[in-house]
Design a protein around this ligand. Structure first.
Ligand code: AMP
Length: 598
């Protein structure tokens, strides 16, 4: 095929005029990363100059980097909580941003057990939309013909609440899917989804998943890519198929719709798409009934060219399972984003998961980087950190991301650790290393060491009447089951064997731990069904001493040895599992409602 030379960019030949513009934009941004960053900072400081927050630091109208860096402190969410609380309570004055706060985006990162509330402003939707609009032009460079079919994407909205002052609080993707940007997006042959908006926007997760799967099955031969936001979400869809294929097949065969689908707008929209198709029903029955799920994605959707899911960071644990269900289809990680800000895109999306690097788009916010030294816990006001600018980073080094956004976050520590893997033009590219302080994660939940400790403390109170205590513990994110679940290994000291805690009491300990975990975990258990019941495995006494002996035999220092609070190294897992005496599961769901506990 002859390519129009006007469509060529250093990234490669664009698939169409629209793509050419997007690639051109990426080139401009990455070539001019430093001036773009300078302008972004100046613009943010200019427009927010009169906000209460910036006034506090007496910039006196300065919009340059040096003044900014010398006067504005680097902060965390906790530092900003008083201001955020005031906004949540209804104070509409210009506290952080000169533009009105349009809503709060509820992060999966938590503070005191509740989702962090990230203020946002209306125009941020345009910025997010802009980043989304760059994804397909890049993908089209690597995978031709994506306009000849559809994408089967499992996309969901989550529940939303209002703050006491009346602002909406909801996850960023819920905000995006409910926006006009998404709902009334213009037709684009490269972005045709099998899921109707009505299904995506249905807040009942069963009805949403069922009808998205049904549409995906109907259009199975047209599907060219299958995806979800995170790997865990796509696996949940496969599990859903395993559990519900018979009902789905019945609907396809007869052209009826499962009576559990009660949402009128979903029923109405599906009824238009719905025709009896016994042949397709037979095909799906043949593929699903034998109990062999290996390669099921490519068997049911035979034209799938790749899976579009994030498998970097905590999601890397799902790569082998995705490979199993897809027969090894390529995994594309396309973007890196958060509730605070959308950061960047992967310019080589068909690369191996271990090679994924994200290029931060310098127009999205002002970015600074705190050199990450694993041994240092932080810094004090007396020894301010030296933050590095986007274009001054060193290849191979690790940094923590610090952002200044249009919505009013100033020098805010995101908590992500990134490693510079190279540059595209003058913009650095990053491997996502990890999120700081996350011990356990199954889906979007993030449990840190302090939360785990508190959960163990709370649960072990149930043991006190049995004169029993937890002497040591560690944990493991078990993703062999779908959904995955937390496993906590406990070594107990039972002082009175005649009165040791019963099976029932230990089950209740699992439940007590779940009750203590943060709201994202509990929402995953209750509303999203994305996390399975927590399990406690009681190990023989002396097991943790063996664990220490093992670590020392591998070179750990006796003096500095600390029990790892999370494990995933196979020999250690094998040791622990070989010492398990009893296993217990949480018998009931923990409490969760969309309302915040405080
Ligand atoms: P949230 O605050 O719930 O919006 O979650 C945002 C966080 O998810 C980021 O700060 C990262 O820790 C993680 N995340 C987002 N995108 C990616 C990605 N592509 N790879 C790895 N982790 C990611």
């Amino acid at each position: 095929m002859a390519i129009d030379s006007s469509l060529s960019s250093s990234l490669g030949p664009a698939a169409c005029e629209k793509d050419a513009k997007a690639l051109q934009f990426i080139e401009e941004m990455t070539k001019n990363a430093d001036p773009v960053q300078e302008n972004v900072l100046a613009e943010i400081l200019r427009r927010n100059a009169d906000t209460e927050y910036l006034q506090r630091f007496q910039l006196c109208g300065a919009t340059d980097r040096d003044t900014f860096k010398s006067k504005i402190p680097v902060i965390t969410y906790e530092d900003l909580q008083p201001e955020i609380q005031r906004i949540a309570n209804g104070d509409r004055s210009a506290i952080l941003s000169a533009h009105p706060i349009s809503e709060f985006l509820t992060s999966s990162g938590t503070s005191a057990g509740e989702r962090k509330l990230m203020p946002t402003i209306q125009e941020e939707l345009d910025r997010r939309q802009l980043l989304y609009s760059l994804l397909m032009p890049v993908m089209n460079l690597y995978v031709p013909g994506l306009d000849k079919g559809k994408g089967l994407y499992f996309l969901f909205v989550k529940s939303e609440t209002k703050t006491p002052g009346g602002l909406l609080a909801r996850p960023v993707l819920t905000s995006y899917y409910k926006s006009e940007h998404f709902k009334t997006r213009p037709y684009d042959p490269y972005m045709v989804y099998t899921s109707p908006n009505e299904s995506i926007l249905c807040s009942d997760s069963f009805q949403s998943m069922y009808t998205q799967m049904l549409c995906g099955l109907y259009l199975h031969n047209e599907v060219l890519r299958v995806g979800a936001v995170f790997a865990s979400g796509l696996l949940r869809a496969i599990r859903f198929l395993q559990l519900n294929w018979e009902q789905l097949v019945q609907d396809i065969s007869t052209g009826t719709l499962n009576p559990k689908i009660t949402d009128p707008s979903v029923r109405e929209c599906i009824s238009h798409l719905h025709q009896p198709n016994p042949e397709l029903a037979e095909f799906i029955t043949k593929e699903c009934s034998g109990g062999n799920w290996e390669g099921i994605i490519s068997r049911i959707w035979p034209n799938t060219k790749y899976l579009d899911v994030i498998v970097t960071g905590a999601m890397a644990q799902y790569i082998p399972t995705l490979d199993y269900y897809s027969g090894g289809l390529p995994l594309a990680c396309t973007m890196y984003a958060s509730s605070e800000c959308y950061f960047g895109i992967n310019l080589n999306p068909m690369c191996k998961p271990s090679d994924v690097s994200y290029t931060i788009m310098p127009n999205m916010a002002y970015f600074e980087f705190l050199p990450h030294e694993p041994s240092s816990s932080g810094f004090t006001r007396d020894s301010p950190p030296c933050l590095v600018d986007l274009v001054d980073l060193e290849i191979g080094k690790e940094y923590e991301l610090v952002i200044t956004t249009y919505a009013g976050l100033c020098r805010y520590r995101v908590g992500d650790i990134l490693r510079v893997s190279g540059f595209h033009n003058s913009a650095p590219q990053f491997n996502f290393v990890r999120r700081k302080n996350v011990l356990l994660s199954i889906d979007s939940d993030k449990t840190d060491e302090a939360e785990l400790q508190k959960a163990v403390d709370n649960a072990s109170q149930l043991l006190s009447e049995f004169n029993t205590s937890v002497v040591e513990y560690t944990s493991y994110a078990d993703t062999k089951t779908i959904p995955g679940h937390y496993v906590i290994y406990w070594e107990l000291l039972v002082k009175d064997p005649a009165n040791s805690p019963s099976q029932e009491v230990l089950n209740q300990c699992c439940h007590a731990m779940e009750e203590s975990l943060n709201s994202v975990y509990r929402q995953g258990r209750v509303a999203d069904n994305s996390i399975g019941p927590l399990e406690i495995r009681v190990v023989k006494s002396g097991t943790f001493e063996e664990l220490m002996d093992y670590a020392i035999s591998r070179g750990a220092s006796i003096n500095q040895y600390k029990v790892p609070r999370c494990v995933n190294f196979t020999p250690i897992m094998e040791l622990l599992d070989s010492r398990v005496v009893t296993a217990h599961f949480s018998p009931t769901l923990p409490n969760w409602t969309p309302e915040r506990r405080r």
